[in-house]
Structure formats: C-alpha cells, structure tokens
Unconditional design. Structure first.
Length: 359
C-alpha cells in the first residue's frame, strides 16, 4: 500500500467516524428532548398523539438531513484528502526517482529546494549527500590514477633494468643492481606511506602519548636539519630549549611532522634564505603553537586549498621529488592528536605552516 493510499484511507475513515458521531449525537439529543417533554406534563400543551407525530416527523427529517450533510461533507473531505495526499507524496515520488538515479551512479543529480519546510530540508540533505558522494568518487578515481602513475615509473625502471641484465652475457656488477634497489625501496616507501595514511584516515592510528618538552624536541630536530641548511647557505633558526613548552604528544609522530615541514622548507628556500622553527603558547590555553616559516617563493593562492590532499604537488615536474603524500600524512598525524594545521603565505614572503598541539 502506498503512502498516498494510506493517507486517503485514513481521512476517509476519520470522516466516517465523525459523521457517525454527528448523526448519533444529533438523534440522541433530539430523542432526549422529546423524552423530557413526555415526562413533564406541565410542559405539554398539545395532545400526546399529536406530540408523537411531531416527534416522528422531526426525527425522520433530521435523519434525512444528517445523511445528506454526511454524504456532502464526506465527498468534500475525500476530495480534499485526495488533493492533500497527492501534495504530500509528490515530493517523495520525486525524491525516490532521484535516489534511483544515484543508485545507478548518476552522482550529478540535484533536487530543487522549494521552501524551508521538512521537504526543503530533505532536499538540502539529499543534495549534500550527493555532493559528498561525487567528491568521494572523484577522490577515489584520482587516488587510483595517482597510485598507478607513481608505481608505474619505478616498476618500469626495474623491469627495464632486469631485462637488460637478463640479455647481457656478463656478470652483474653491484653498481648495476643499486638503481634497482633504490627503485624497489621507493615502491616500498610509497606503499608504507599509503598504508599509514589509510590507517590514519580510518582513525586507527595508535599514538603513544606522554607529556613532552616541545622546545627541547624541536631544538634537537633543528640540529639534525642544520648541516643540510648550512651546506645550502640557508640560515636555520631553532627554538630556545631554555624555555620549556610541554605538550601531550607522541614525540615520534610529531618529529615526523616537523621534519616533513622542515624538508619542504629546505626544498623551496633559495640559497641565502632563512628558515625559522618556533614554539609558543596559543591564544587558546589548551594548545601550543609550532610554526615553520621559510623565505621561499611562497605557495600559489589557488593551490593552498589542495595542499593537504593525497598525491597533490604544487610543482608538477618530476624533479620536485616525493609522491605528494607527505603533507597529507602530516595533517592526519596532527588531527589524530586533536590538533589542527594551517598554512598561509607570510607577509614578508615565503610560506608559514602553523601546527596546534594540545598542552
């Protein structure tokens, strides 16, 4: 049974019940009035036989009138019920038709939002759902394409080298195997990063958290990066370890975050530039802020919104290095800590990454 037939049947039953109650009440009330007059001799000024005739006549006329009014009211009510049930179910029929399209993977389906009532809210929720499904499907396609692209290059190199080795009649030298080893390590590293990122996005990243002095941790990390910075004539400013800042973190994962941001800063900062790693209290007393700032060319404004997406690279050239997973992993580690990460172009030039970690 359809919703419309249920609404229509319910209204018909309601009309019948109301009509029956009306007829029964009217007839009973008139009957009680006449019974009162029969029992009260002082109130009767005509003969009983005449009063009985009047009573029968009025009762019969009232019965006919009640039936006429009931039929007329029932007809009007059923017409209204038919129109009302159609009005109520028409948006649902349209929603069902659009849902069938979504089931057939037509994810560009959009419902018109008419009004702010419940149907309008359902239409908004449906459009939001299809938008998210469309984004997820596009992300899935991009992910498959990007994984295939990233794996194809090293595997092609390995395959070509192996074919050359098989075709050669001489003994294989170690320097011939080293490039193969590097490409295999690159594939393994990519697979490990994908596995890590998938676990983090699924909320399955297990952190070993404890209260840690961020100033000392970042000062140690700065010393690890300093030799490469000096080799490229880049000035590196680290935090002051004498000013401790404690945070509830997984030190190993936070090291991974800061080293990734520092490596990006080194990659994009020209010789003679400057990189600063700072830690300070946030305006919100529940957080500590870690900032990594460089004096490179900055980040194109149109790319900032996609900077933490999987496989996204600002520089599309092969020489940019990496698979484009580093910042996506950084973001997931920060989110797993209950923090957040922001990026902007500094007013003095260069990019500035700001990480909020819980105290």
């Amino acid at each position: 049974m359809t919703l419309r037939s249920k609404i229509f049947g319910g209204m018909a039953l309601l009309v019948l019940l109301v009509s029956a109650a009306y007829v029964g009440t009217t007839q009973g009330y008139l009957g009680s009035l006449f019974a009162q007059y029969f029992s009260d001799e002082a109130a009767i000024e005509i003969e009983p036989d005449q009063l009985q005739g009047i009573r029968d006549y009025i009762m019969s006329r009232m019965g006919m009138k009640a039936v006429t009014v009931t039929l007329f009211t029932a007809g009007i009510a059923l017409l209204i019920g038919y129109w009302l049930s159609g009005t109520m179910t028409r948006p649902l029929k349209r929603l069902i038709a659009e849902m069938d399209k979504v089931a057939d993977r037509q994810l560009d389906t959009v419902l018109p939002v008419q009004g702010s009532d419940e149907y309008g809210q359902v239409s908004k929720a449906f459009n939001k759902m299809t938008h998210q499904l469309r984004d997820s499907e596009n992300s899935r396609k991009r992910l498959v394409e990007d994984v295939a692209h990233e794996l194809r290059t090293p595997l092609s190199i390995v395959l070509t080298k192996l074919e050359l080795v098989q075709q050669s009649a001489v003994d294989v030298k170690p320097e011939t195997l080293l490039p193969l080893h590097d490409e295999v390590l690159r594939v393994i590293h990519l697979v490990d990063e994908l596995q890590f990122l998938t676990s983090a996005e699924a909320g399955e990243l297990h952190l070993q958290r404890k209260v840690t002095d961020l100033s000392g941790l970042l000062a140690d990390l700065a010393e690890l990066v300093r030799p490469e910075a000096e080799a490229r004539s880049i000035r590196l400013n680290g935090p002051d370890r004498s000013n401790p800042m404690e945070a509830d973190i997984d030190a190993k994962r936070v090291k991974q975050v800061i080293l990734n941001l520092a490596a990006n800063a080194l990659r994009h900062t020209p010789s003679g530039g400057e990189i600063s790693i700072r830690v300070s209290p946030a305006e919100d007393p529940a957080f500590i802020v870690v900032t990594v700032q460089d004096t490179g060319p900055g980040i194109p404004a149109e790319t900032i919104a996609h900077l933490f997406d999987r496989f996204y690279k600002v520089d599309k050239s092969e020489r940019s290095g990496g698979a484009g997973l580093g910042l996506a992993i950084v973001r997931q580690i920060v989110l797993a800590h209950g923090g957040r990460i922001e990026v902007r172009n500094h007013m003095k030039g260069g990019a500035e990454f700001t990480v909020y970690l819980p105290r």
